[in-house]
Design a protein around this ligand. Sequence first.
Ligand code: NAP
Length: 251
Amino acid sequence: MSSLQGKVAVVTGGNSGIGYATAQEFKSQGAEVVITGRNAERVAQAAKELHVMGLVADVGNVTAIEALVSQVKEAFGKVDILFVNAGIFQPAPVGQISEAMLDHQMGINFKGAVFTTEKFLPILNDGASIVNLSSVNAYTGMPNTPIYAASKAALNAYTRTAATELAPKKIRVNSVNPGPVATPIFGKTGMEEDQLNGFAEAMQHRVPLKRFGEPGDIAKLVAFLASDEASFITGSEYNIDGGINVNPLLG
Ligand SMILES: NC(=O)c1ccc[n+]([C@@H]2O[C@H](COP(=O)([O-])OP(=O)(O)OC[C@H]3O[C@@H](n4cnc5c(N)ncnc54)[C@H](OP(=O)(O)O)[C@@H]3O)[C@@H](O)[C@H]2O)c1
């Protein structure tokens, strides 16, 4: 299948996890792909493996996003697919929320996402597709995640309004809400390995399909939303979570 033939796609946070798998899927469907990330070495390594262009840009820094847009414009002119995926997970319970953590997490997951779209907008083709990577946490009261959840809920609220405002240009904006997906994100929280294993074990039992998602599961949904096959879909959200959002009371 090559339904993204002739399209230019940008994947923020494409050197790891869901972004990496989605860049791979976009590429396999025929798109020209640019991945971004913060660390030059990791970005270069992933770009080499994926045979795509890799550019360094911290989405927490608006000037860096502007520089990224200039580089993409120089290389490709216009963009058809913007996968706003870069994000972090910094757990902390109510009562232990620092101002620095809130600013950092909201700065990447929400402000970074907003300014990614804001700065790419001038080079998005009419008919482009923006996919925001949110989370089922936007709708759950999972302990330790008040700020992460709020950052993703804010992103989903933004998605709906942006979809309305960009509809005259036929630019579609949708959110994807994954449940737990096996990526390096949890290992970056500073949790000890036995804590991480305990968390994974407990989480897996709560998922009706009894497994974590794989990055490739999410990539296929994102690729569909990015394609012209989804041309009547905008302002929507898609849970992809093994059924966890059903919240079964028994089972
Ligand atoms: N895994 C899950 O269970 C899950 C569930 C729901 C939603 N999500 C969301 O999925 C997205 C991808 O996460 P993942 O699970 O694939 O984690 P991951 O493997 O840690 O990938 C995150 C990517 O985002 C990049 N990134 C982080 N902060 C950045 C910044 N300031 N500027 C540019 N790039 C930055 C990372 O690059 P570095 O190498 O620089 O860190 C990495 O490439 C996130 O938005 C996350 O919130 C994940």
